[in-house]
Design a protein around this ligand. Structure first.
Ligand code: AMP
Ligand code: ZN
Length: 494
C-alpha cells in the first residue's frame, strides 16, 4: 500500500478558501505547475522562499509515493515592466543596458537561478520549459481563443476580451474581484491603446521597431503576452485539467486570473483543481522586491557581505529559517530571526547525530509510532512545516532525556527514530545532511580538520605556540572547535 493511501493530505485551495482533501485526477499521479522566475536578474531571497515552499510540496508528494510531474517554467520573453501590458520587456531592457544579447541575459540568470536553488538543496523540476521555446504553441492557442470568440485583433496585437468572457464565465473568481469593481477602479484607456476595455489583456503584442525579441505570427511580428506561456506550457505537459498550480501570492492577480480565463476560453475546462499560493518574504516589514531595492541576495547571506546581518549564514540555516514559517504566512527576514534559526538548527542536528550513541534499554519509554504519526499529521495539514519542526524538537527533548538515562529506548526503536527523523529532516524538509553520512563533503572536511590537528600538534612539539594557537583560533572562527583530551585532539562543529 502506498503511503498516500494511509495518510490523508489536506491542502488549502486559494480558489475555495478552504482546506480540502487532496485527490489527484489520476490515482497515484500528480501534475503540478509552478510559475518560475523571469530571468532578467539574480533571484533574491523572496523568490527563493516561494521556490523552497513548492520544493517542500514536491518532496512531500513524492515521499507519500505519488509519481509527480513537476513543471516549472522559465520566463524568457513577454514579461513587460508593467503588469498592464506596457513598458519595455524586462529581458530586452537588461540586454540593452548591459549591451548583450537577450539570450545572454537569459542564460546568465537561468544559471544563477539553478546554482542558488541547488545550494538550497531544492530538487530540480521534472520539466523546465521556456516561453521562447513555445512560441508556436502560443500562436496556436491564440487562434483557438479568437475562434471561440474571446479575443480580438487590433492593429497587429491580439487582446483577450474580458467582458465577453465574463458573460459566459466568471473572471475574478480566484482573487475574489468582481468585474464591476475592476471596471470602477481602472483608469480610462489612453488614446493610443488598441484595447476595447481597460480590463482586456494582451495575448499577442505587435513589436515596436526597436523591440528586439520578436517572432512572426498571423497578426504581426511581435511577442506573446506574459500570461499566455503558463497556460500553454501547463496544458502541453500536464493537460487541459491538472491537479496543482502554485506561485507567489502576488501572482494571483492578474497573472493567475488570466491563466484561468485563457484556459477556459480555449478548452471550456477549468484548468486547475487546487491553487496554492505562497506568502511573501518581507524585509524591514515590506515585501522583498527587486523593483524597490528592498531585497537581499542569497549569495550576500552566504558570504556575510551585506548590511543587514551580523554574520554569514549557511544555505541550510536559511532554508531552515524559511521552513520555520508556514508557507501561507508572511515571514520577515532579520538578523535576530536567523540567529535563532541557526541555534535551533544546530540543536536539531546535534541531537540527530547523537542517536547512534544513545544508551539502549529493554523498553522504550514513549510512544514512537504516535510521534511519527504526529509528524505526518503536521505535513498532512497543508504542509505545516513549523508544526513538523516543533514535533522534531519534541524528539530532541526525548533524545536529550535518553542521553541522561532518564528515559529508555530499545535498540530497534533507536534505529526507527533515526530513520524517521532522517526522512522528515532530509527527504521532506530538504535540509542537507552535511556529515560524512550524508555526503562525502563531510568526509573531506573531516580529513582537512584532521590534517590541521596534526600540523598543530607538530607546531606544539616544536614549541611554536603562536602557530598552534592560530590554527585553533581560526578554526574556531569558522565554527570548528578543537578539544584537547588525554587521547589526543578531537573536534566538533559549532
Ligand atoms: P518573478 O521572477 O518576479 O516572476 O518572481 C518569481 C517568483 O517569486 C514568483 O512566484 C513570485 O510570486 C515570487 N516572489 C517575488 N517576490 C517575493 C517575495 N518577496 N516573497 C516571496 N515570493 C516572492
Ligand atoms: Zn505563470
Amino acid at each position: 500500500m502506498a503511503l498516500y493511501q494511509e495518510q490523508s493530505l489536506k491542502l488549502y485551495n486559494s480558489m475555495t478558501g478552504e482546506k480540502e482533501v487532496f485527490t489527484p485526477i489520476n490515482e497515484g499521479n500528480v501534475g503540478m505547475y509552478v510559475c518560475g522566475p523571469t530571468v532578467y536578474s539574480n533571484v533574491h531571497l523572496g523568490n527563493c522562499r516561494t521556490f523552497i515552499s513548492f520544493d517542500l510540496v514536491f518532496r512531500y508528494l513524492k515521499h507519500l509515493g505519488y509519481k509527480v510531474r513537476y513543471v516549472r517554467n522559465i520566463t524568457d520573453a513577454g514579461h513587460l515592466e508593467n503588469d498592464a501590458d506596457s513598458g519595455e520587456d524586462r529581458i530586452a531592457k537588461k540586454a540593452r543596458l548591459e549591451q548583450i544579447e537577450p539570450m545572454e541575459v537569459v542564460q546568465k540568470y537561468t544559471v544563477d537561478f539553478h546554482n542558488i536553488l541547488e545550494k538550497f538543496n531544492n530538487l530540480p523540476p521534472s520539466i523546465e520549459p521556456t516561453a521562447t521555446g513555445h512560441i508556436v504553441e502560443q500562436i496556436e492557442i491564440i487562434k483557438t481563443i479568437i475562434e471561440n470568440g474571446y479575443a480580438y485583433e487590433a492593429n497587429g496585437s491580439v487582446y483577450f476580451d474580458v467582458l465577453k468572457f465574463n458573460k459566459d464565465h466568471q473572471y475574478g473568481k480566484l482573487s475574489g474581484r468582481a468585474i464591476e469593481d475592476m471596471i470602477a477602479n481602472t483608469r480610462e484607456l489612453t488614446a493610443q491603446s488598441d484595447k476595447r476595455n481597460p480590463q482586456d489583456f494582451a495575448l499577442w503584442k505587435k513589436a515596436e521597431p526597436q523591440h528586439i525579441m520578436r517572432w512572426p505570427s498571423p497578426w504581426s511580428d511581435g511577442f506573446p503576452g506574459w500570461h499566455l506561456e503558463c497556460t500553454v506550457m501547463s496544458t502541453k505537459y500536464l493537460g487541459e485539467e491538472f491537479d496543482i498550480h502554485g506561485g507567489g501570492m502576488d501572482l494571483k492577480f492578474p497573472h493567475h486570473e488570466c491563466e484561468i480565463a485563457q484556459g477556459e476560453a480555449a478548452s471550456g475546462k477549468s484548468p486547475v483543481n487546487y491553487w496554492l499560493h505562497a506568502n511573501m518574504l518581507t524585509l524591514n516589514g515590506k515585501k522583498m522586491a527587486k523593483s524597490t531595492g528592498n531585497f537581499i541576495l542569497p549569495e550576500q547571506i552566504f558570504t556575510g557581505e551585506n548590511d543587514v546581518l551580523a554574520k554569514a549564514f549557511s544555505p541550510n540555516v536559511v532554508r531552515f529559517f524559511i521552513l520555520q514559517a508556514h508557507y501561507r504566512s508572511i515571514l520577515d527576514f532579520s538578523s535576530e530571526a536567523l540567529l535563532g534559526s541557526e541555534k535551533g538548527f544546530n540543536r536539531l542536528m546535534d541531537a540527530y547525530y547523537s542517536i547512534d550513541e544513545l544508551p539502549e534499554s529493554e523498553k522504550t519509554g514513549f510512544d514512537l509510532d504516535q510521534w511519527i504519526q504526529s509528524c505526518y499529521d503536521a505535513m498532512n495539514d497543508d504542509f505545516n512545516s513549523p508544526i513538523l519542526i516543533a514535533r522534531l524538537f519534541d524528539a530532541v527533548k526525548n533524545i536529550n532525556t535518553i542521553r541522561e538515562e532518564k528515559l529508555g529506548i530499545t535498540s530497534a526503536d533507536k534505529q526507527k527514530l533515526k530513520e524517521s527523523m532522517k526522512a522528515f529532516m532530509f527527504d521532506i524538509l530538504g535540509l542537507k545532511d552535511e556529515t560524512s553520512e550524508g555526503n562525502n563533503d563531510g568526509e573531506k572536511l573531516a580529513g582537512t580538520i584532521e590534517l590541521l590537528i596534526k600540523l598543530r600538534a607538530e607546531a606544539r612539539s616544536n614549541k611554536n605556540f603562536a602557530l598552534s594557537d592560530q590554527i585553533r583560533d581560526q578554526l574556531l572562527e569558522l565554527g570548528i572547535q578543537l578539544k584537547d583530551g588525554k587521547d589526543g585532539t578531537s573536534f566538533s562543529l559549532k
